[in-house]
Design a binder for this molecule. Structure first.
Ligand SMILES: NC(=O)c1ccc[n+]([C@@H]2O[C@H](COP(=O)([O-])OP(=O)(O)OC[C@H]3O[C@@H](n4cnc5c(N)ncnc54)[C@H](OP(=O)(O)O)[C@@H]3O)[C@@H](O)[C@H]2O)c1
Length: 249
């Protein structure tokens, strides 16, 4: 479980611990991970390991895979949840931060999936849940790199789903819409709680399709913006609705 101690990741972790799973929590803040591990053990009796790691760094996913192998841990369920967002016009954004976002949101997801999938296929069981976003379905001005990174996650996951359909391994992308976490503190209509996303993840694990959107309104919106409208119209409408949040006018 990456990005495990806060927000959506913490809610998913809670559900998995409640099902009696042993957990490996990964994020940068080791102290917070340790506290969460202690709590999960006390409340659910879960066996929890932690690894403090910046997954945007080159080679970090390999380090995680090596650490798992060295600890004798076989991963049954990988949840790629760690992610960051950047808001603002691309022209005003620090290029290194754009690169860091892509390395984490897209690069680490693809690399961890690629590293941890083969043993699952060999065992003919396991699951990989990649957390995308409703932003994956259409271009999103002022969060351009974020939405593009999530479009990568969605497309990559759908393709791996098709490759692994007959292997006994479940691969699925889950796309939350606006969710009340540290990443998104803005007041917005239709905002959902991290618990709703965690419930959708649990049902995605039991389901069959390659991708699921959290919530009916979000599902409808991704259909309209991703399938009905041409990308140019979707981008123009999104530019108008995101302009105030990004520029304040
Ligand atoms: N909130 C929303 O509205 C929303 C909507 C759609 C999709 N999502 C997606 O949901 C996922 C979870 O986000 P959230 O809303 O729950 O926000 P969050 O509370 O900020 O969670 C992000 C998590 O990622 C970890 N993380 C950040 N950078 C990392 C790095 N370089 N290496 C390793 N771990 C890192 C953070 O822990 P550390 O700081 O300790 O590293 C944190 O636990 C993200 O992929 C996000 O894109 C969120």
């Amino acid at each position: 479980m990456t990005g495990a101690a806060t927000g959506i990741g913490a809610a998913i972790t809670e559900r998995l611990a409640g099902q009696g799973m042993h957990l490996v929590l990964v994020a940068r803040d080791g102290t917070r991970l340790e506290a969460e591990a202690k709590r999960l053990h006390a409340e659910h009796g879960a066996q929890v390991s932690t690894l403090a790691l910046d997954l945007s760094h080159q080679g970090a996913p390999s380090r995680l895979a090596e650490w798992l192998a060295g600890s004798g841990i076989e991963v049954d369920v990988l949840v790629n949840n760690a992610g960051v967002s950047l808001m603002g016009p691309v022209a005003d954004t620090d290029a290194a931060r754009v690169r860091g976002l892509i390395d984490l949101n897209a690069g680490a997801v693809a690399e961890l999936t690629t590293l941890l999938l083969p043993p699952m296929v060999a065992r003919r069981r396991g699951a990989i849940v990649n957390i995308a976003s409703t932003g994956a379905y259409a271009p999103a001005p002022y969060v351009a790199a974020y939405a593009a990174s999530k479009a990568f996650v969605l497309s990559f996951t759908q393709a791996v789903w098709a490759e692994t359909r007959r292997t006994g391994v479940r691969v699925v992308a889950v796309s939350p819409g606006p969710t009340d976490t540290a990443m998104n503190t803005r007041r917005m209509p239709g905002k959902r709680g991290p618990g709703s996303v965690a419930d959708t993840v649990m049902s995605a694990l039991r389901g069959r399709g390659p991708a699921i959107v959290d919530g009916r309104l979000n599902t409808f919106q991704t259909f309209v913006f991703g399938r009905v409208l041409p990308a140019s119209a979707a981008a123009r409408i999104a530019e108008r609705s995101l302009r105030k949040a990004a520029l304040g006018n």
